[in-house]
Design a binder for this molecule. Structure first.
Ligand code: DNO
Length: 397
């Protein structure tokens, strides 16, 4: 019987969590990236090898790369994209040469995931990440001051956002700005507002269809190469799975996943199934996504969200919230059984608890963590998910 492979994202020792600690909680594989290499540059073989050595010296395996980020020229379809695509392929070859074959990436514009509060205190006293459409609109309208943004919002939402923003102190406004511009995972550098504004203006000129074409162009260039060297690409869904600041989403629902899988069919063109990202929209049927695209799922992020009627959500406990985690897990275990019966190569799909609350001793080192990546909160999520998986597997006829 093959279980899901228990993995944990690690950003390096300066982010408050050590490999020794991760080892103690029963993790088998690490999810990491060569964060020091600049966006678009080739990851040198030696840099990959040294991170791999560090991980292995703690008795762990480097199972998944998250993420090899995509240069903006590829997302925007600029002439220099071919050079960056060539670099990307080189990076994949260098990873494969080091025995690393699963690569997570995303095609989100401007920033990675978007939240409006990184320290939302729950009734229990633990804290979580939170997204409020009202706060996001306030940022768009009054901090970013996007041209014609007012027309983009319904009158009542505009009024609510204005009232909300007017009621914030300067310090609270700064906190909202910094929460949204918190930077890329694994970086402590805030995204600069001016740079964000510039990129935002560029992205708004690009249609959804054009973005999909750019993704398809990228996939059709890299996937044949990935296939030759046995690398499995696992695109991460957009988070949240709806338009933010007027920017189109292209990896946020069933149809969009289907498009990207079909535009370049290959066992190497696959998905990161993220229950939290997809689950932030009530319209996404997570079980159906696992059932229909199961053989393309190369990596799994499990996380829950509690959704509210106004479109806001916070990251709930892994087994609580609006995502029916037991149903999702059952669909995943069924997919594993299908793979097993078929004799597929990978049955132990790597899974990581995605994000975690900040609780107990986490509070003492909260400033060191990259938001969402606590130790105890994630360890608790992993324990719950592992128990759920075992219970379901052993009772599934
Ligand atoms: C959230 C994560 C994302 C994800 C990247 C994948 O914590 O799931 O940051 O790592 O978007 O490329």
């Amino acid at each position: 019987m093959e279980y899901l492979k228990k993995t944990f994202r690690w950003f390096g020792p300066s982010f408050g969590v050590t490999l020794d600690e991760i080892k103690q909680i029963g993790v088998e594989g690490i999810v990491a990236a060569c964060q020091e290499v600049s966006l678009g540059e080739v990851w040198p073989k030696e840099t990959i090898a040294s991170l791999k050595d560090e991980i292995e010296s703690h008795g762990l395996e480097w199972t998944v790369v998250e993420s090899v980020n995509i240069h903006t020229s590829i997302k925007y379809g600029l002439p220099e994209r071919d050079a960056y695509i060539a670099n990307y392929i080189e990076t994949l070859k260098n990873l494969a040469a080091n025995g690393i074959y699963i690569v997570c990436y995303n095609f989100m514009q401007l920033i990675d995931w978007t939240r409006t509060d990184l320290d939302y205190i729950l009734p229990s006293g633990a804290s979580a990440l939170h997204y409020s459409p009202k706060a996001a609109a306030a940022f768009d309208l009054f901090i970013l001051k996007r041209e014609n943004a007012k027309q983009a919002y319904a009158a009542d939402i505009y009024e609510e956002a204005k009232k909300y923003f007017d009621g914030l102190t300067e310090v609270q406004r700064k906190k909202l700005e910094e929460s949204i511009l918190a930077g890329m995972p694994g970086s402590r550098k805030l995204i600069e507002l001016d740079q964000f504004k510039k990129n935002h203006a560029t992205v708004l000129e690009i249609s959804k269809q054009k973005l999909q074409e750019n993704l398809s162009y990228f996939l059709n260039a890299i996937i044949p190469e990935a296939e030759k060297i046995g690398v499995k690409m696992a695109i991460h869904p957009d988070d949240p799975p709806f338009s933010v600041f007027g920017v189109p989403r292209i990896v946020s629902n069933y149809e969009e996943l289907k498009f990207l899988l079909e535009c370049c069919p290959s066992p190497s063109n696959g998905l990161t199934f993220c229950s939290g990202s997809l689950g932030a929209s009530a319209e996404n049927d997570l079980v159906k996504i696992v059932e229909d695209f199961g053989d393309k799922i190369h990596f799994i992020h499990l996380r829950n969200v509690a959704r509210h009627a106004d479109g806001s959500f916070y990251e709930a406990e892994h087994l609580g919230g609006s995502v029916p985690m037991e149903k999702v897990m059952k669909a995943i275990v069924k997919e594993q059984k299908r793979r097993q019966a078929k004799g597929d190569e990978i049955v132990a799909i790597p899974m990581r608890p995605d994000h975690g609350h900040v609780l107990l001793d986490d509070k003492k080192r909260q400033d060191d963590f990259y938001s969402g990546y606590s130790l105890i909160g994630r360890a608790m999520g992993l324990a719950q998910l592992t128990g759920l998986e075992k219970g379901i597997r052993e009772n599934l006829i």
